[in-house]
Design a protein around this ligand. Sequence first.
Ligand code: PLP
Length: 404
Amino acid sequence: MLDINKIRADFPILTQKVNGKPLVYFDNGATSQKPQVVIDAISKYYQEINANIHRGVHTLSQLATDAYETSRGKIQSHINAKFAHEVLFTSGTTHGINLVTNGFAAILKPGDEILVSALEHHSNIVPWQMLCEKTGAVLRVIPMNQEGELIMSEYDALLSNKTKIVTVNHISNALGTVNPIKYMIDKAHKVGAAILIDGAQAVPHLKPDVQELDCDFYVFSGHKICGPTGTGILYGKEAWLNKLPPYQGGGEMIKEVSFEKTTYAELPHKFEAGTPNIAGGIALGTAVDYMNEVGFNNIQQQEKELLDYGTKRLLEIEGLKIFGTAKEKTSVISFNIEGIHPYDIGTIIDKLGIAVRTGHHCAQPIMTFFNIPGTIRASFAFYNTKEEIDLMVAAVKKAQLMLS
Ligand SMILES: *Cc1c(COP(=O)(O)O)cnc(C)c1O
């Protein structure tokens, strides 16, 4: 079991007051808070070893390079990638997806099909639409049911030898649905399609094993797993990363440059043009270490209790409806109260120190599906408590009284 007081003491921001009230931070789906060890890793880099990586023979440059590559190795073992060079540093999930869609522009032909799920974040929709415009490929959507679960029989029916790539999130940011990605990966491969998994909402809750999953690409952001903003990972199978053309040209990604012809560097550097977020990349490794020390079994147990308790307490409120009732879901509760705009509730409870997200959560097609303008989303992390849920429920009740 987690010693929750000890865990909370790791996060300096959690002792803050907001609008004169103790902060209740339930916007973990948007970004997580950072433990002191991660904050320290960033300042330690700048205080002790700041230098550019992979370039200098001087001592600081070597220390910085070692720290950066050590972090890559930590992430490799965390997700069980076969090779360290299959683990690319990016600025986040959005960057990782765009890197892949850019590469597929060189592969797709008019009439090829891309399957995307109805549950996606805009950053896993728009780059594929741009790719379709560039190539003449066609985007097809895997539908969902009223619970917010993807319909696997429809997925099976959409797959064909025209399907070149499938893209789906591991866990939905708007509803918390855990998708059956192992099934989806195997089915995609049966028709010869590649598959990308958007793991942005999964990595805060579980440890993906990319070899066991056998996915072709797995992307996530550092800032949702206690790491810094502007960091992320694109895992790609070696064969795919060799096949895709580079995304950006620049320093660090070349072998030899002349005005006649340039040759590209080996993986992973082929995809890592320019000076990266060195401090961030190092601190992302620290964040992964921290999450593993807390332990994913402990994280899941705590979050399951919060989900069950939060669901029960919120449903006490008259007129409250929860969107996303999948059998498999994580600690996200998206809800509305009859007759009240989600934004109004969000604004009032913010005055009471409660941070939740209101709106479409970068997933407008899901809101359109349910025919609502948006929801109030409470997303819990392992450092949250039942007492905080009580505070939120009391605040929502108060807001309801004021607004009705
Ligand atoms: C947050 C999120 C993204 C976008 O991540 P960025 O860090 O903004 O690049 C993409 N997909 C899902 C499911 C997300 O939750």
